[in-house]
Ligand binder design. Structure first.
Ligand SMILES: [Zn+2]
Length: 154
């Protein structure tokens, strides 16, 4: 069902203006929700196709690595056990490096709070009684204007 137009409202005596407004408002809300849903769906499907592409790449990389490793082992140019040990060590190193990156990237709640406080300095406003600049958070808004919360400092 689409929006109810002016002429439709005028020509249909079963419909009051108020009813038409309510129905049109509901229609607008539904349109907005549908738009948001399709945007979310678009993002999800974009992500899905990227994950699929990456999965295919991983399969190809894994295949190439397996072929390379087996060829090296078969050709006896290197010690199989040495290769396994080195691979294992390199994997462990990569794993712990990943964990360090994760730990470094996620700021603690305290850091976020500090960052927010630094980003938004408390505005200074002039008290109407003592005419001094005081932090806005320590003032009260009166009918005449901002005033120190506590008795004005001399
Ligand atoms: Zn004051």
């Amino acid at each position: 069902m689409g929006r109810i137009g002016f002429w439709q409202l005028l020509l249909d005596d079963r419909m009051s203006w108020w009813e038409a407004q309510r129905i049109n408002e509901a229609q607008d809300a539904a349109d907005i929700a549908a738009g948001e849903a399709s945007a979310a769906h678009f993002r999800a499907s974009t992500l899905e196709s990227r994950v699929n592409a990456m999965s295919r790449e991983i399969v190809m990389l894994r295949t190439a690595l397996t072929v390379l490793t087996n060829t090296l082992k078969d050709s006896k140019v290197l010690d199989e056990r040495l290769l396994d040990a080195r691979l294992e060590a390199a994997m462990e190193e990569a794993k712990s490096a990943n964990q360090r990156v994760d730990a470094a990237r996620i700021p603690s709640l305290n850091e976020i709070e500090t960052g927010r406080a630094a980003a938004q300095p408390v505005p200074v406003i002039t008290c109407i009684r003592c005419r001094k600049g005081v932090p806005a958070s320590s003032t009260l808004m009166t009918a005449d204007g901002p005033m120190c919360e506590r008795p004005c400092s001399p």
